[in-house]
Write a protein that binds this ligand. Structure first.
Ligand code: G1P
Length: 299
């Protein structure tokens, strides 16, 4: 970056949490998937959404916008902005009361943004446009949690790479062929082997056949592909594209998708991938959630 154009630091993070969690039905009939419990490295039981918020705040993010359905607002409000109800509060051990104080302080950094229609992932991100207000921002998913293999947490790693590169950067991981129909897949040329990739295409949920013919990346095993890790640093250009698709009612599978807009921003501004030194747990899938309960604390 030229000294005349210093990078705007990333201050805001957006977490879409307005999905229905259909893959976790019927559990999601009783509880939002963002509130499924996990056990963290300290042995504390906490909802998934808290782990995600803490990861972002620990990396220096100052404000978090969570996109929620109107009907779930009270639930998120009560978790992030209110003390426990009186009878529970009275029974909490001192260390839990202390933790709740910290929770309320953390909650001051959380803004709830309503998604008015269930119109897909791209539409959810678009709902944060006014709150983000023309800054580059971090996008996390409401059902992905992370552990890092190095001292820096996964969000910090991505922020550092963005500070260095200065363009939209997507966290990546290696996925086996049989899983890629769940994920956005990424192709490109390594600029730093096994770390930074100049992206040449992002393709949403490919079949194995398509991936084997079109999504191979140098140095990867025969049955391995690069897929989305669930962390993105994006410039506000993403909102222009989403806004265009929404105003033109350009849907894919009846929804407004993020991936086609990522691909468009890549074509106009360029986009990098960073192979995160860490592990991502997609707790929106039953078997991954089960494994997360076992592995998350130990990794
Ligand atoms: C979304 C994205 C996809 C990404 C995935 C991660 O899909 O569109 O690119 O890999 O999240 O879970 P969804 O899970 O909303 O179908």
């Amino acid at each position: 970056m030229s000294e005349n154009h210093p990078l705007i630091p990333i201050r805001k993070a957006v977490i879409p949490a307005a999905g229905f969690g259909t893959r976790m039905f019927p559990a999601t009939k009783a509880i939002k998937k963002e509130f499924f419990p996990i056990v963290d490295r300290q042995g504390r039981a906490k909802p998934v959404i808290l782990e995600i918020v803490e990861e972002a705040i620990a990396a220096g993010i100052e404000e978090i916008g969570i996109i929620v359905q109107e009907r779930d607002r009270a639930l998120f409000e009560s978790f992030f902005h209110k003390p426990p109800y009186t009878e529970l509060d009275a029974k909490l051990k001192p260390q839990h009361q202390e933790y709740d104080q910290y929770l309320l302080e953390l909650g001051q950094k959380v803004t709830l943004i309503t998604q008015d229609k269930a119109n897909g992932f791209g539409y959810a991100v678009y709902c944060a446009k006014d709150w983000v207000n023309h800054e580059p921002f971090l996008l996390l998913l409401g059902d992905h949690i992370y552990t890092s293999f190095i001292d820096k947490n996964c969000v910090s790693q991505l922020l550092s790479v963005y500070q260095h590169l200065g363009i939209s950067t997507i966290g990546m991981r290696v996925s086996p062929a049989h899983e890629i129909h769940h994920y956005g897949c990424i192709v490109g040329q390594w600029q730093a082997m096994d770390a930074v990739l100049g992206i040449t295409e992002i393709y949403e949920k490919p079949t194995i056949e398509y991936a084997q013919q079109n999504l191979r990346v140098r140095g990867m095993g025969h049955n391995e592909f690069l897929s989305v890790f669930g962390l993105y640093i994006l410039t506000p250009a993403i909102f222009d594209c989403l806004s265009h698709n929404i105003s033109q009612n350009q849907r894919e599978d009846n929804e407004f998708q993020l991936t086609s807009c990522l691909e468009q921003v890549r074509q106009t501004e360029g986009m990098m991938g960073y192979l995160v030194k860490g592990r991502c747990f997609d707790v929106g899938l039953p078997d991954v959630y089960r494994q997360t309960m076992i592995d998350f604390r130990q990794v």
